[in-house]
Design a protein around this ligand. Structure first.
Ligand SMILES: Nc1ncnc2c1ncn2[C@@H]1O[C@H](COP(=O)(O)OP(=O)(O)OP(=O)(O)O)[C@@H](O)[C@H]1O
Ligand SMILES: O=P(O)(O)OC[C@H]1O[C@H](OP(=O)(O)OP(=O)(O)O)[C@H](O)[C@@H]1O
Ligand SMILES: O=C(O)c1cccnc1
Length: 479
């Protein structure tokens, strides 16, 4: 039996596809857009991730014979099953690039093509983008307090199963992790792998000295975990003894602490290492760390050089879901024209913005910083405009005219009618790209706590169309 990702969808997508197929509208052109409504972790920006897996998924989208057998068991009719057997992905996709900064209430990925296909892929696209964007953003928050010191990703054992560990690790690297303990992620994505050892090694030998000595006589690079019994009285002295005994035979990189008051202990450990002449030895720390504990430890002047972060990064502990949605924004009518669609809600924030759109990152030429994002219809080219008027979509009196600016389209072509047209960047390129994007952002949007809201504004005609459709739908629906 194959485990084909095409069935990684919700049953209701197949049921809607069947409706479209039987009523003869499955091939009508439609446009769907992905966006999220609230900034994750109340951060000032989110880091887009997941595109690589979305590309893998869409590139191989097809139904295998045993998928069809299963769907037959579920009761779908033969004509629909035969349509599914022949289905090949023919949509166009435009998307933010991995490492792009993205913000609430703007399209970050767009699928255009036959209605039924657009419907089929909703679940997997959201599944991928929601998780990976969340983890990349969490990693960016953690890295922002760590600064240039190394961040090691240690989370696999606590991740929500294997897929989350592997792709979460990759997302964490996009957002700022420098290395991972997950060997499979290292092989698959070329991420640097690194690690120390666990308490089990010390417990197996029954004492720190014998364990460290055993490790040192089998490995060149050594970081000893010193807190199994007593960090300051036993662990660190044993590490120093072994390092002295083995001398140049090993590269004594340092020690790891994993419990207790890490501010106090790290300072004492630093003194012990320095007094023994190991001023280059690094102090690694781990134990339920996140951006808050790390910031706090730094404020206490903890002497920590390398940060190992597991659970709270890989599980996005304080906010387990991004909440991105996938909404239809336009559909072809009987006579071949495109009709913009809207979804109303008693909750103003949940009213969708109609029409196929583009997001323009507006950068001031004078200040060399991003001024905000400006959402237009997709056929508008803002690079040809000399002046734009940006206003807050709810508080419209907050507005500004911009003249001396550069505009960059956020959504870039990935698939054109089913053909991949995008050169996938390497992971180091994505990481570097994210750093460059972050440099363009004012510090006010970058702080971890209570950042300013980055402007995401609608062009006047997009805003007008939204208002007009709200009125029109109200009239049509409640008539
Ligand atoms: N000086 C500090 N300031 C703020 N938080 C700290 C400090 N030292 C440690 N922590 C954090 O406090 C939390 C609890 O640490 P605690 O001392 O309970 O761990 P532990 O019980 O020694 O270790 P474990 O439960 O893993 O065996 C951890 O998240 C740790 O990172
Ligand atoms: O704390 P995290 O951020 O998740 O980092 C990963 C943890 O994994 C290991 O612990 P282990 O599984 O051996 O359990 P422990 O809590 O008893 O150390 C390691 O010692 C870290 O504490
Ligand atoms: O190498 C390490 O120190 C490590 C690896 C996984 C989890 N915790 C620590």
């Amino acid at each position: 039996m194959t485990d084909n990702l095409v069935l990684h969808t919700d049953l209701y997508q197949l049921n809607m596809m069947q409706v479209y197929f039987e009523k003869g509208i499955s091939e009508r052109n439609a446009v769907f857009e992905v966006y999220f409504r609230d900034m994750p972790f109340k951060n000032g920006y989110a880091v887009f991730a997941g595109l690589e897996r979305v590309i893998d998924y869409l590139s191989s989208l097809h139904f295998e014979a045993d998928d069809i057998v299963y769907l037959r068991e579920l009761g779908y009719p033969e004509s629909f099953l035969s349509y599914l057997s022949d289905l090949r992905f023919t949509c166009s996709v435009r998307s933010a690039r991995e490492g792009d900064l993205v913000f609430a209430n703007e399209p970050i990925l767009q699928v255009e093509g036959p209605l039924a296909q657009c419907q089929l892929v909703e679940t997997a696209i959201l599944n991928i983008v929601n998780f990976q964007t969340l983890i990349a953003t969490k990693a960016a928050r953690i890295k922002s307090v760590i600064g240039s010191a190394p961040l090691m990703e240690f989370g696999t054992r606590r991740a929500q199963e294997m897929d989350a560990a592997i792709w979460g690790t990759r997302a964490a690297v996009i957002g700022g992790a420098d290395a991972t303990s997950n060997v499979r992620a290292g092989k698959r994505f070329g991420i640097p792998v690194a690690g120390t050892h666990a308490h089990a090694l010390v417990q197996a030998y029954g004492n720190d000295y014998d364990a460290f000595k055993a490790y040192a006589t089998t490995h060149k690079d050594c970081v000893f975990l010193v807190d199994t019994y007593d960090t300051l009285k036993i662990g660190v002295p044993a590490a120093i003894k072994v390092a002295k005994e083995l001398g140049d035979a090993i590269h004594f990189q340092g020690v790891r602490i994993d419990s207790g008051d890490m501010a106090y202990i790290s300072k004492k450990v630093r003194e012990q290492l320095d007094d023994a002449g190991f001023t280059d030895a690094k102090i690694y720390a781990s134990n339920d760390l996140d951006e808050n504990t790390i910031l706090n430890l730094k404020m206490q002047k903890a002497k920590i050089d390398v940060w190992g972060v597991g659970t709270k990064l890989i599980t996005a502990y304080d906010q387990p879901a991004l909440g991105a949605v996938y909404k239809i924004v336009a559909i072809e009518t009987e006579n071949g024209d495109m009709r913009d669609t809207i979804k109303l809600s008693s909750n103003a924030e949940k009213v969708s913005t109609p029409g196929k759109k583009q997001v323009w990152r507006i950068r001031s030429i004078d200040k060399n910083k991003s001024e905000g994002d400006y959402i237009t219809f997709s056929d508008v080219d803002v690079t040809r405009q000399d002046e734009i008027f940006m206003f807050h979509p709810t508080y419209t009196y907050i507005n500004k005219k911009l003249t001396n600016f550069m505009a960059r389209p956020l959504l870039t072509p990935i698939f054109a009618k089913g053909q991949l047209v995008y050169d996938k960047p390497t992971l180091p390129e994505i990481k570097a790209y994210f750093k460059a994007m972050l440099d363009d952002l004012w510090d006010e949007y970058k702080r971890d706590l209570n950042p300013q809201d980055y402007p995401v504004d609608l062009a006047q005609d997009v805003w007008d169309r939204k208002m007009q459709l709200i009125d029109q739908v109200r009239k049509d629906v409640y008539k």
